[in-house]
Design a protein around this ligand. Sequence first.
Ligand code: WQD
Length: 338
Amino acid sequence: MKILVTGGLGFIGSHTVVELQNEGFEVVIIDNLSNSSIEVLDGIEAITRKRPLFEKMDLRDKPKVQEFFKKHPDVEGVIHFAASKAVGESVEKPLLYYENNLGVLVYLLQELTQKNKANFIFSSSCTVYGQADTLPITEDAPVKPAESPYGNTKQIGEEIIRDTCAISPQLAAIALRYFNPIGAHPTVELGELPLGVPQNLVPFITQTGVGLREQLSVFGDDYPTEDGTCIRDYIHVVDVAKAHVVALQRLLQGKNESNYEVFNLGTGKGSSVLEVIHSFERVSGEKLNYQVVDRRPGDVIQAYADTTKANEVLGWKAASTLDDSMKSAWDWELKVRR
Ligand code: WQD
């Protein structure tokens, strides 16, 4: 069965391609290589011994998207990762984000709704909740006004899919709201490859640990939390990848309760920035050089998932601990920097 993975050479996309191939799916990847590299294909093949089909394409080119679906009428499902995802950049380039994250989504849905049956998995984010009033966060927590165009594209993207599914019974979709994916594949053949200075905590920690960065800046320790630093739900990228396969199989087997469903992907455990730093120090045996600086605008204080629906309805549960994830991230950093 052929599955299209857009953005399949990216961090979460590539790990999901591995899990799809492990389950026997035939995978075709579309990626424009704007935030990934072609060598990731070698990493996938090194793990699964199967090289996925790959088409370099910018999905903003609507005729090319139409041509792809004519060439691959046997695509039974689409997992859509391809999107711009840097919160800060989205504030400076909103139209790029609305075109790339929403225009492309419309083109894909226009193709899928022409098929007799289509299954669609959407890469969403806990960012849609903003600072939730109640923790842990359930899927029916109110969606808060987005703090960035990036977050807005996730909210609007979910609404576009919901409205399309409402009038397209032939389309079944699941939106997966990721908390904070971190780590790397245990074979050290795949991992996070942030371009330039990492915006996210864990790659900045590992790059500091390996000497690529001088010092980690901790963005504020005066928050109303136990140790004063922000709390997030850090989940191993392989756990996130496996959830995508479970969600796709749910749709392929017709187990979905409606043709548009939403699930949180988290561990259910919140960890503070300092706890993540201490986890790194435990698994690496290295002391991390960091200093506390001012808060980063836009940061929410706490976000961690209520995993009940994902565990009991979707039938998926995260398996890795924070230390497992940090160890895999560190092993990957050591390999990439050798
Ligand atoms: C985590 C914590 C920072 C860097 C973002 C997006 C979200 C998703 C994941 C795409 C925060 C602190 C960070 C640093 C620090 N992206 N931090 N020093 O902000 O929770 O989520 O990335 O889907 O949509 O919003 O992740 O890793 O940037 O930050 O102290 O150098 O680490 O303040 O408390 P975040 P993050």
